[in-house]
Design a protein around this ligand. Sequence first.
Ligand SMILES: [Zn+2]
Length: 126
Amino acid sequence: MHELSIAESIITAVVQEMEERSLSSVSVIGVRIGALSGVLPDALLFSYEVAISETVLAATKLEIENVPAEGKCRNCGVDVRLGGCSFLCPECGSGTVDWRSGHELEVAYIEAERSCRGEPGDEVES
Ligand SMILES: [Zn+2]
């Protein structure tokens, strides 16, 4: 399943981010998915739930932000904006659209708590 490998790559990226930033727990992971990415949000959510069950992210929530496809038709020059499943120019029906956005597939944000298990230097007051 396509979405399962995507879910696993999201998990890998977030775990790496946690290590780099010394984060002890993550509550929410936000991802941006473009209309042209070919990813089905519902399928990704399902795959994510399956993939995190054995990881440190088992309690996290995945939030998906859908990014519409935007571009300019190479044939007639009209601006095209799509959120559905047709990727043709609505004016001339051409398939040669230069897309500015819509291919996104990225972790947009992580809501996390910094580790605070009595480590020195962790106090806010000084
Ligand atoms: Zn056109």
